[in-house]
Unconditional design. Structure first.
Length: 598
């Protein structure tokens, strides 16, 4: 058990925290003050002017070549104060024109992108998922040390991952046309895994024939373009190894999809283990011969697996007696999968939410990851500031880590080693206390700022939309996954929900829309618009079991994006998504009737 959080900081902890975090900030500024973005960005113009009065050791052109030594030896006060007083909040549009330099010409001239945001060339370019319908963003990720622990180092593990790209690699050449580097475009999980495994684009032809150390799953599985094919092949090779200790996935939803896929194809998987063959269930494309070369017949293991009753409580622990931990994000909407997974793994295997990661940076580490899935200790790899959500969005509303208050909500603002400056993350967190060891804030994810829903002038937050549908637990039943939409099938339009239930329908489903409405009434704008007859009663349509697993597969095929980017949005206005979900509706609940769709 982790130590209990502190409600507030002692004077000593506050001073030590300020000193250590400003040291991190100083390092970041010194590292990135020799970059193209620093020299040319309008965002930093006032800061550049401010630095003209700072001693030479801190001037941008000098800093890049200075071995600073211990942070205490540097005169940082002017530098830090200049940062606080001159740099405004930033959003992606401040960086977009600079990122586009990687794609303006093909091949990309090295002079245009060397030292663009951070020294040298990036290892890869991370692409956001665009889950809520926004245009995806691109962030160059440089060869810096992320605050990520190798959680499976030294033990047998299985990771659900992908090495797939989001687009062609960027070829960077010098003035003579000589290739300097190939920079691949992918999601953050794939990029970090490639970096951890030491596999660049040029290594793919060799890697696809190999298997990672301490893992039974060949790299070839991570090149499979099909979502369910990736999951099934991961599970096929995983069940051949009874000594697995850790299993990790990006989200609990991905791990649960994998469990369902294994359960559906259990007999086929066991037969494949016995015969040493790759089943012809999903399209695994060009990866098949590489997988066939690495699977071996194991009749003894197949016999062990046949003795296990699939789907029973703890059946995965029978497959892997040494299994201790499932590592996956399980905060927010992903918490709904925890009891479902716990049924399959049994009471003696822990589910840990160990990391709070965004495309831009690592935000935090689980403070007590096995017992509290939504409490994270803020990372020290970047400099974090906290924007009070009750105040206007300006630097005047920013608070430092030693100034925040337990129980208050803030938007995270980050300055990173990869070259972001006071970047608004749009993640709203609540301060859950402070780490007693060093005073670092402990945070809980609440919602995405600005990712709400509206029909008229009201704006209903993502958090309220989630809480409203989950308030129907005792009427509709336990909700596993959902998407909210504008339901305009009748007038006035209403907030509509496509819902997949965890189990059976609840005892009073006809009352569920009223429960949702009561929760939404806590938003004054929503209540006013309802009272004047402009918003109707919420609607709830039940979709078939495993619909959202199929949704993830559909979205992956539709977009061609890597597996880790396929998430279910809280809300959608996308017509194709609404039509796709509507085809899978099996019933609709209402106040006066409960109709079944045949």
């Amino acid at each position: 058990m982790a130590p209990s959080p502190l409600e507030s900081l002692t004077t000593e902890l506050k001073l030590n925290l300020q000193k250590s975090l400003e040291c991190v900030l100083t390092e970041i500024i010194q590292t990135n003050s020799g970059t193209i973005f620093f020299r040319e960005s309008a965002l930093l113009s006032a800061f550049r002017e401010r630095l003209q009065s700072v001693p030479p050791i801190l001037m941008p052109e000098a800093v890049a070549n200075v071995d600073t030594g211990p942070c205490e030896a540097i005169h940082t006060q002017d530098l830090v104060q200049g940062f606080y007083e001159t740099i405004a909040l930033s959003l992606y549009d401040a960086y977009q024109a600079f990122v586009s330099r990687f794609f303006d010409k093909s091949p990309c001239p090295s002079a245009a992108v060397r030292d663009l945001f951070s020294p040298g060339f990036p290892d890869f370019i991370a692409q956001t998922s665009g889950t809520s319908g926004s245009t995806f963003k691109l962030f160059p990720m440089y060869p810096v040390t992320e605050d990520v622990d190798p959680i499976f180092e030294g033990v047998r593990f299985c990771a659900f991952s992908t090495f797939r790209f989001c687009g062609p690699a960027v070829k960077i050449v010098d003035e003579h046309g000589e290739l300097q580097k190939e920079v691949f475009l992918t999601n953050i999980g794939s990029g970090i895994m490639r970096r951890f495994m030491g596999i660049a684009v040029k290594d793919d032809d060799k890697a696809i024939t190999e298997t990672p150390p301490l893992s039974p799953v060949p790299f070839a599985v991570w090149y499979i373009p099909n979502f369910l094919g990736n999951l099934l092949m991961t599970m096929l090779f995983a069940v051949m190894d009874p000594l697995l200790v850790f299993m990790c996935a990006s989200y609990t939803s991905v791990f649960y999809d994998a469990v369902l896929t294994l359960e559906e194809h259990w007999d086929i998987v066991v037969d494949s283990v016995e015969k040493g063959t790759i089943p012809d269930v999903y399209d695994i494309d060009y990866c098949r011969p590489f997988l066939e070369a690495q699977i071996k017949s194991n009749p003894h293991r197949a016999a062990e697996l046949r003795s296990i009753q699939k789907g029973t409580e703890g059946w995965l622990k029978q497959i892997w007696p040494s299994l201790k931990t499932i590592i996956a994000v399980s905060s927010g909407s992903y918490a709904a999968f925890v009891p479902k997974i716990q049924h399959h793994i049994g009471p003696n295997v822990e589910i840990e939410s160990s990391l709070y990661v965004s495309t831009e940076c690592v935000i935090g580490h689980g403070h007590d990851p096995a017992n509290d899935h939504n409490l994270y200790r803020v990372s020290r790899d970047s400099h974090f500031e906290y924007l009070d959500v009750t105040e206007p969005q300006s630097v005047q509303a920013l608070h430092q880590a030693w100034e925040v208050q337990t129980g208050k909500r803030y938007e995270i603002v980050v300055t990173t080693r990869n070259g972001l400056w006071r970047y608004q993350m749009r993640d709203v967190v609540e301060i859950g206390g402070f780490d007693p060891s060093d005073g670092q804030p402990l945070i809980r994810f609440i919602e995405r700022r600005g990712v709400g829903f509206r029909i008229l002038a009201e704006m209903v937050s993502e958090e309220l939309i989630q809480n409203a549908i989950h308030s129907t637990h005792h009427t509709l039943g336990r909700v596993l996954e959902f998407v909210a939409e504008l339901d305009d099938r009748q007038f006035p339009p209403s907030y509509g929900y496509f819902v997949e239930l965890e189990g059976e329908l609840g005892p009073a489903p006809e009352c569920a829309p009223r429960k949702v409405q009561e929760a939404l009434f806590t938003n004054p704008g929503y209540k006013f618009s309802t009272d004047i007859g402009r918003i109707g009663m919420p609607t709830i349509r039940i979709v078939a079991s495993r619909t959202f697993r199929a949704y993830r597969e559909w979205r992956l095929e539709l977009t061609g994006r890597p597996m880790g980017q396929i998430k279910v949005p809280t809300t959608t206005v996308d017509v194709a998504t609404k039509e796709w979900l509507a085809k899978r509706v099996i019933s609709e609940v209402g106040l006066l009737s409960f109709s079944v769709f045949l």
